[in-house]
Design a protein around this ligand. Structure first.
Ligand code: FAD
Ligand code: NAI
Length: 467
């Protein structure tokens, strides 16, 4: 007889494993199917974690190279041991993927390693690497299969010289010239890693700005700072092909609206023009789960168009972020268990882990204008923040947008030191529907970077106090 469960989750990334943990905690008999050897999905294996490990190490390398001497610290000749840096990254990944496996045991989740496919109502077929298949049964099936790299026609990824983020996290040596296609979050994070380690980085971006989803003021400041660091941008241009030669690659570009063909040489090309939902071979048609034009599975409170089939994380709508997938996972398990479950995407923060970091939550100024919503804005530069001055990290600013009438915070945008940690305060403020005056009247320790948040909030009120 087939193994039977309350819930079967297909995909062991942040969406799937958090859904499994919560389902286990709520007493549901839960199975998790993952086709990778390790749990943790894109995020732990080839995404958030390895990229942040390399961002951290490369930032320290650059700090030692360019800034230690200014602080009176001498370290002798700087050397890069890339293999060791990669090994340390791998150990961070292993520690966390092992941790997820432990959490599955702790929460009594049965893990099946193999490819899962829906095989009719309440049935999931799992095929192991050896080709052996078994069919499991459940009242509820959760799709948590995540996303994959969006391919670029004419540019074939081989993960050696023409790489996706996965290959860019595993390069065997520092490329002399790296071309990045797409000035989005992966392009700027992984472009930063290799630039710090010695690559000449050129970023080709289709639109006329970097980080197009971010608030305009932040995106403009980011471009200037990256240029100052030595990144070259080719904006409003598209890559039409990459020719592979024995000695290197030739990247052919033209203007975004056509014409003006140009080319340049590169040793490695990184393709990062976005990610698309991954639902290949999932048997969606066996139960009638619909997808939209871009392949996403639409949902209504995580329910798909098929009875008993749910969807969470990158495979469905909303920001393609690990913490969003986690929140979806927990809320979905709660709904399956008959409890209330809800995720507020407006208060989901978004962080780019470059130097300086860039973080945002809520609406951008451009979005509010598009909505015709009346708002007030407050902005405060780190140049005027005492802690930023003491650590000589004065680039950037905090910007807060609040409703013109009610003063409710509608969006917050930070570019500057530790922006990724600081945005949590504003995400919490938005979750509690705080006003900018609430933040402005909250005591913030001195001297801290977070005082810049308070000052920006005071700026909305028109009573900024610091210099
Ligand atoms: P995934 O993590 O993609 O997990 C899906 C899992 O399902 C995979 O393990 C896959 O093998 C498995 N699977 C798919 N199909 C099947 C099947 N048929 N049977 C069995 N298993 C299957 N987000 C952040 O918030 N912060 C970051 O710093 C960050 N950095 C990133 C850096 C990079 C380079 C990349 C590529 C992404 C990054 N992300 C980051 C995004 C983040 O990784 C994703 O949003 C997140 O992993 C989505 O979680 P998920 O559970 O929906 O899917
Ligand atoms: P992205 O959507 O962030 O950026 C893609 C960029 O490529 C955009 O600027 C877009 O205009 C540009 N582009 C699209 N087609 C192009 C073309 N043909 N030529 C040139 N430019 C083109 O996508 P990215 O960087 O691939 O990352 C995918 C997703 O992974 C992110 O959207 C995010 O959800 C997630 N991620 C999150 C991270 C974080 O939270 N720190 C880190 C890395 C990834």
């Amino acid at each position: 007889m087939a193994d039977s469960f309350d819930v079967i989750i297909i995909g062991g990334g942040p969406g799937g494993y958090n859904c499994a943990i919560r389902a286990g905690q709520l007493g549901l008999k839960t199975a998790l199917i993952e086709k990778r050897k390790t749990l943790g999905g894109t995020c732990l294996n080839v995404g958030c974690i390895p990229s942040k490990a390399l961002l951290h190490a490369s930032e320290l390398y650059e700090e030692a190279d360019k800034h230690f001497a200014d602080m009176g610290i001498g370290v002798g000749e700087l050397k890069l041991d890339l293999d060791k840096m990669m090994a340390r990254k791998a150990s961070a990944v292993k520690g966390l993927t092992d941790g997820v496996a432990f959490l599955m045991k702790k929460n009594k989740v049965k893990v099946f390693h193999g490819a899962g496919a829906i095989a009719g109502k309440g049935k999931v077929k799992v095929t192991g690497e050896d080709g052996e298949a078994q069919t499991l049964e459940a009242r509820h099936i959760v799709i948590a299969t995540g996303s994959e790299v969006t391919p670029l026609p004419g540019v074939e990824i081989d993960e050696e010289r023409i790489v996706s983020s996965t290959g860019a996290l595993e390069l065997k040596e520092v490329p002399k010239k790296l071309t990045v296609i797409g000035a989005g979050v992966i392009g700027l994070e992984l472009g930063s890693v290799w630039r710090r380690l010695g690559s000449e980085v050129t970023v080709v971006e289709y639109l006329d700005r970097v980080l197009p989803g971010m608030d305009g003021a932040v995106s403009k400041a980011a471009r200037k700072l990256f240029e100052k660091q030595g990144v070259k941008f080719q904006l409003s241009r598209k890559v039409t092909g990459v020719k592979t030669g024995k000695d290197g690659l030739t990247v052919v570009t033209e203007a975004a609206d056509g014409g003006d063909e140009q080319s340049h040489e590169a040793d490695v090309v990184l393709v990062c023009i976005g990610r698309r939902p991954y639902t290949e071979g999932l048997g969606l048609d066996t139960v009638g789960v619909e997808t939209d034009k871009r392949g996403f599975i639409p949902n209504e409170h995580f329910k798909t168009s098929a009875d008993g089939v749910w969807v969470i994380g990158d495979a469905t709508h909303g920001p393609m972020l690990a913490h969003k997938a986690e929140d979806d996972g927990a809320a979905c398990a709660e709904l399956i268990a008959g409890k209330a479950g809800h995720v507020n995407y407006l208060a989901t923060p978004n962080v780019v882990y470059t130097f300086p970091e860039i973080a945002s939550v809520g609406y951008t100024e451009e979005q509010l204008k598009e909505q015709g919503r009346k708002f007030k804005a407050g902005q405060f530069p780190f140049m005027a923040n005492s802690r930023a001055r003491t650590i000589h990290q004065t680039d950037g600013m905090v910007k807060i947008l609040a409703d013109a009438k009610t003063d409710e915070i509608l969006g917050a945008h930070i570019i500057g030191p530790h922006a990724g940690e600081m945005i949590a305060e504003l995400a919490l403020a938005m979750e509690f529907r705080a006003s900018s005056e609430d933040v402005a009247r909250t005591s913030h320790a001195h001297p801290t970077l977070s005082e810049a948040i308070r000052q920006a909030a005071m700026g909305v009120e028109g009573w900024t106090m610091q210099m």
